[in-house]
Design a protein around this ligand. Structure first.
Ligand code: ADP
Ligand code: ASP
Ligand code: MG
Length: 421
């Protein structure tokens, strides 16, 4: 039986028809290596951003279902065009959307998780000698409702397909040459990582390194899918391999630095210091599928016997979160609900920081030297995150990248423009 390779191409890689021809050539080359190829594509260029902008111009709170109906259209265009480009080069290709394949998801709009992928149709078409092009980002519920997997979710479509098909490898083709020690748009002398472990990559992705959708890394780890990130435009190196293990001895404590600018902080003020308040607050947020990131509960004030609960969420969940908090106002007896969306989470990540004292203090000292105020701190075994003002995020990333010795001499090659939403 032939090996199956899943390839995924992001928005910049399919931004116009010339770039789609370039993608067709990469796909065909893999086919000529003797492999079966399943290709996953994103919407062209900034299509998804434009669709979001149109929706927001009509209403600040478009319904989640209609957002999925709208945003899923972007990938429908690119799959058909890529299949045509492959056919024009003399190869048999067929495009499918998520409904045609059977990419089944939960019944949650705008950030559904994949439950199952039907492989019969895919296998039948591969056996018939076709190159298959699948729409990323979309899914379908048991009831036939269209869902999407969250922004950047095509990476997760690709890895999930690779897992379902027991593919040899999943190659994520993008507009940079791999995973770098930080975003090369912010630090042009960031170093490309030859290898990075699933665990470090997962923390980096959650910390805002949007080169990979966090759930794609989770899925790759769960199903042991070998994952590669490489450039669609410069094929002279193999990019970055994301794999199971850390190197035996890790010499650098920090593997990467990331910033997440999509955060909002909420403070629920003066809630009674008694059991059950946090449970009902975060329980209700969970029911609404709102993920909470950093959480701080302050010491109770002696006189009033109340404390403050502060937490961060993704900014896209802000309207829903405020609705939930208002609905709990009587129960929590909060005196005020404060919102700050002018913030960013800056993180350092590295398996080498385990059992190595002094890493956190060096991070805090570096931020202090820049007069950057830390608003919240959270840690995991291999990550330290600080919440800072949004305006300070870039300087913080640059300084941390330097102080932990991550720079190299070369300037990274980055294609594509920054997202315009
Ligand atoms: P695609 O459209 O191909 O999915 P994305 O824009 O989602 O591409 O992801 C690629 C971008 O991720 C790069 O252009 C880069 O600016 C950004 N990025 C952020 N952090 C990193 C990092 N640590 N390594 C590489 N790229 C990063
Ligand atoms: N087109 C979607 C987005 O822009 C999905 C993706 O590109 O991965 O978020
Ligand atoms: Mg992406």
């Amino acid at each position: 039986m032939k090996k199956i390779i899943v390839q995924k191409f992001g928005g910049t890689s399919v931004a116009d028809t010339d770039k789609i021809k370039n993608v067709a050539n990469i796909v065909i080359k893999e086919r000529e290596n003797g492999n079966d190829v399943v290709v996953v594509v994103s919407a062209m260029g900034h299509t998804t951003d434009h669709l979001v902008k149109m929706a927001k111009s009509l209403t600040p709170n478009p319904s989640d279902r209609e957002m999925d109906m709208l945003l899923s259209t972007g990938e429908g265009v690119s799959i058909a065009l890529l299949a045509m480009a492959i056919q024009a080069a003399g190869y048999d290709a067929v495009s499918f959307n998520a409904m045609q394949v059977g990419i089944l998801t939960e019944n949650i709009h705008t950030k559904a998780r994949i439950l199952d992928i039907k492989t019969d149709k895919l296998r039948k078409n591969l056996e018939a000698g076709k190159i298959i092009v699948v729409a990323g980002f979309q899914g379908v519920t048991e009831d036939g409702e269209i869902t999407t997997l969250g922004r950047g979710g095509s990476d997760t479509s690709a890895v999930a397909l690779a897992a379902a098909l027991n593919a040899e490898r999943c190659d994520i083709y993008t507009d940079v040459e791999g995973v770098y020690t930080t975003d090369p748009r912010v630090v042009p002398k960031a170093s490309r990582l030859e290898e990075v472990s699933y665990d470090e990559m997962l923390e980096l992705a959650h910390a805002g390194a949007n080169v990979l959708h966090p759930r794609s890394v989770e899925t790759a780890k769960q199903f042991a899918v070998p994952l590669r990130v490489r450039s669609s435009f410069k094929l002279d190196n193999m990019g970055t391999l994301i794999l199971g293990v850390d190197k035996m001895e890790i010499f650098k404590p920090v593997a990467g630095v990331a910033a997440d600018l999509q955060q909002a902080r909420i403070v629920v003020c003066d809630v009674p210091d008694k059991p059950g308040i946090a449970a009902s607050l975060f329980g209700k947020l969970a029911q609404e599928n709102i993920s909470v990131d950093m959480i701080i509960q302050s010491y109770a004030r002696k006189v009033t016997n109340t404390n403050d609960i502060a937490f961060t969420i993704n900014i896209s969940d802000l309207p829903k979160t405020l609705t939930v908090l208002e609905s709990l106002r009587a129960e929590t007896q909060a005196s005020d609900i404060k919102v700050d969306d002018n913030i960013a989470k800056v993180s350092i990540v590295g398996a080498g920081m385990i059992d190595r004292p002094g890493i956190a203090s060096l991070m805090f000292e570096t931020l202090a030297k820049l007069n950057i105020n830390i608003k919240m701190i959270s840690t995991s075994e291999i990550k330290i995150s600080c919440l800072v003002d949004k305006a300070d995020a870039q300087n913080a990333v640059k300084a941390l990248h330097e102080v932990f010795g991550l720079e190299c001499d070369e300037i990274a090659d980055v294609k594509g423009d920054l997202p315009d939403v």
